[in-house]
Design a protein around this ligand. Structure first.
Ligand SMILES: NC(=O)N[C@H]1NC(=O)NC1=O
Length: 174
């Protein structure tokens, strides 16, 4: 769909289509609908980003907590969102060796114990080796640094999900 079609959507259709651009946080797209018309995809992305930036620390932690563990229980049981399943599979997280799966599980638990929210990284921009290395390295960071880092990754995931939904080659018909 092009940006003109996005701008013409009633809010319930908009939330149905864009409700998971931030994982399991449809309230973000419901809020951002008020900011239409969007001049282009970048403006829609900026509206999401502005909304996120205006939230307090607890809101940022809440967004991070809506994310499933990478290679975690939801992947094993088939209960991931479609977007997350495709992203995790693309990074090879659905095909870990048993040693990799054990390391991932142990580090995910350690990270959550330390920070009180899950490790979040844009799986589509990383492979499994890189994800495991960063998970291990980031466990040593300070909480404020990790909160900020996690939110940067949320925005990268959101950008790629938006790019999958909005065509940018059409002329802007605002
Ligand atoms: N925990 C975590 O990073 N999850 C996410 N990352 C990603 O690319 N898709 C997700 O669901």
């Amino acid at each position: 769909m092009d940006i003109g079609a996005v701008n013409a959507l009633p809010y319930d259709d908009f939330v149905n289509i864009f409700g998971n651009v931030v994982e399991k946080c449809p309230v973000i797209s419901a809020a951002v609908w008020s900011r239409r018309p969007f001049a282009n995809l970048a403006a829609l992305e900026a509206a999401v980003s502005d909304f996120i930036d205006a939230l307090p620390e607890s809101g940022h932690e809440g967004i991070l907590r809506c994310h499933p563990d990478l290679a975690g229980r939801d992947l094993q049981s088939g209960t991931l969102t479609r977007e997350s399943r495709d992203e995790q599979a693309g990074a090879g997280l659905d095909a870990l060796s048993s040693a990799e799966a054990r390391t991932m599980g142990r580090l995910n638990d350690e990270y959550k114990r330390r920070f009180g929210f899950p490790f979040v990284i844009c799986a589509r921009l990383n492979d499994k080796e890189n994800i495991l290395r960063q998970l291990s390295e980031r466990c040593a960071n300070e909480p404020a640094e990790e909160r900020a880092r996690g939110m940067e990754e949320v925005k990268k995931i959101c950008r790629l999900r938006l790019q999958g939904l909005v065509r940018t080659d059409a002329p802007n018909k605002l």
